[in-house]
Each structure stands twice: as structure tokens, then as C-alpha cells.
Design a protein around this ligand. Structure first.
Ligand SMILES: Nc1ncnc2c1ncn2[C@@H]1O[C@H](COP(=O)(O)OP(=O)(O)OP(=O)(O)O)[C@@H](O)[C@H]1O
Length: 240
């Protein structure tokens, strides 16, 4: 079966990626591709290497080998600041909000790395709640507002490939729905999104495809429209 990413322009291509924390060999030859404009998830049990794969793309591991290409540029060997300039925005699972800064200051902090970023007004158009809270300090925000801010602030930078690590973790269902709406709007605007997500029901409402990880490798790819047919296999992979 042809990989959907080969049918359109591949934006992100990860080949035989190995990743290490100190002496600990965590990624054991990860392979996957994401086409421009797709929303793709990395799924799998705890500890299989999903977060580590995102961190490897950003150049944040102690050591990595293999190939990570974005629009043809090889990232392995580049420094993290150079990697961001290729147009990648990373939202880590701890959200990384500066507690002592206001919403607006947090928004203005990341440097613009590429043309085509959203203006602050466009960002507020997507996140009206952040506009209402623009003078509030990071510490005063709810978990949902923090998550929105951590996504919002990479949209200004011009990044067109977004790596989101468990954006719904710990959030109430109504907020999860709002985050889902925002991700759908970003897809409609042409952003390409790689999502690590444990909330599989949520992921299935927005993703085009799902890559399954086990033991530091991608072991399967399931198109979203095959989810029901593959439910049993998926339950085995996820241990549910
Ligand atoms: N800073 C670190 N130093 C050493 N080992 C680490 C570090 N971070 C993660 N690991 C190990 O790397 C492996 C992969 O972890 P990773 O966080 O990528 O998994 P994951 O699939 O994202 O799971 P989870 O959903 O639990 O975060 C795990 O065995 C974990 O214990």
C-alpha cells in the first residue's frame, strides 16, 4: 500500500533514527513521513519513545543518528536554534509557559524564524480567550489557557510544521474540544501537525493517519478511516 505521504509533497521524513539519553539507547531506527498539510499522530504505550522522537526532531537529545529531513533540509547535526529556523514549532508536554510574564509577553517572546507567521491579532482571532487574558500572568492561567498559549505563541514565529506533545493532557472535556477545534482550524490554514496523543478518541477526530510506536520504533501505520476496521489490532498495540 503506498504511504499517503508519498502521494503528496513530503514535508517531514524520518529515516532510521536512533536516539540516546547518555548511554541509554531509546530510539531504535524510527521511520515515518508526514506530507504537507497532514495531521499525523504518534501513538503507543507509555515509554515507547513518542516524546523522544519529537525531542530528536528538535535536536534536544544527547545523541542521535540517522536522518530527519524537513522540506529537504537535513536536521541531524544542526543545533536546536538552527532547527527552529527551518520552520518547526515545538509545544512540549510541560507547555513551557513563563510564569512571571503576561500572556502577551509570552506570545511575543519566541523569535520570528520564517516569513508567513500570524500577526498577534490573527493569533487572538483564533484564541479569543487569550485576548481577554492578555495582561494576565502565566501563573494565573488555567491549564487550558496555558495549553492555548503554548500553541498560540509558535504561530507567530512562521513555523509551518507543529510538533504537539499531548496537548489535551489533564484538561476538561470542554477544553479538549476547544483544542480540537483550534487544531482543525490550523489544518485548514495549511499547517502540518505531528501530534503525540494518548487520548485516542480525540486524535481520531482530527488526524489523517496514525503511526504506532513500540520499543523505540514505528511498527505500523493506520489511516484514520481504517480505525474501526483495525480496532482489535490497535487495542493490542495500546494495551487497552
Ligand atoms: N531524560 C531522560 N533520560 C533518560 N531516559 C529517558 C529520559 N526521558 C525519557 N527516557 C526514557 O526513554 C524512553 C522513552 O520515553 P518517552 O518519554 O519518549 O516515551 P513516550 O512514548 O513519550 O511515553 P510517555 O507517554 O510515557 O511520555 C523511556 O524508557 C523513558 O524512561
Amino acid at each position: 500500500m503506498p504511504d499517503a505521504a508519498t502521494l503528496t509533497r513530503t514535508l517531514l521524513s524520518v529515516r532510521d533514527l536512533h536516539g540516546f539519553y547518555g548511554e541509554s539507547h531509546v530510539l531504535h531506527g524510527v521511520n515515518f513521513q508526514v506530507a504537507e498539510g497532514e495531521v499525523v499522530t504518534l501513538i503507543g504505550r507509555n515509554g515507547v519513545g513518542k516524546t523522544t522522537t519529537l525531542r530528536a526532531i528538535m535536536g534536544l537529545l544527547d545523541r542521535q543518528q540517522g536522518s530527519i529531513q524537513v522540506a529537504g533540509t537535513e536536521l541531524v547535526g544542526l543545533r536546536p536554534d538552527k532547527i527552529a529556523r527551518v520552520g518547526i514549532g515545538y509545544v512540549p508536554d510541560d507547555r513551557g509557559i513563563f510564569a512571571s510574564l503576561s500572556v502577551e509577553e509570552n506570545l511575543m517572546l519566541p523569535p520570528v524564524v520564517k516569513q508567513g507567521g500570524l500577526t498577534v491579532e490573527e493569533v487572538y482571532g483564533l484564541f479569543p480567550r487569550l485576548k481577554e487574558r492578555r495582561k494576565s500572568q502565566g501563573t494565573k492561567l488555567s491549564g487550558g489557557e496555558q495549553q492555548m498559549l503554548s500553541i498560540a505563541r509558535i504561530l507567530r514565529t512562521g513555523a509551518n510544521l507543529l510538533l504537539l506533545d499531548e496537548p489535551t493532557e489533564g484538561l476538561a472535556p470542554v477544553i479538549v474540544q476547544q483544542i480540537g477545534d483550534i487544531i482543525r482550524q490550523l489544518k485548514a490554514k495549511g499547517f502540518t501537525i505531528l501530534l503525540v496523543e494518548q487520548n485516542f478518541h480525540f486524535a481520531s477526530t482530527l488526524a489523517d493517519r496514525h503511526y504506532v510506536m513500540e520499543d523505540g520504533k514505528v511498527v505500523d501505520m493506520i489511516p484514520n478511516d481504517r480505525l474501526e476496521a483495525e480496532a482489535e489490532k490497535l487495542a493490542r498495540y495500546l494495551g487497552v
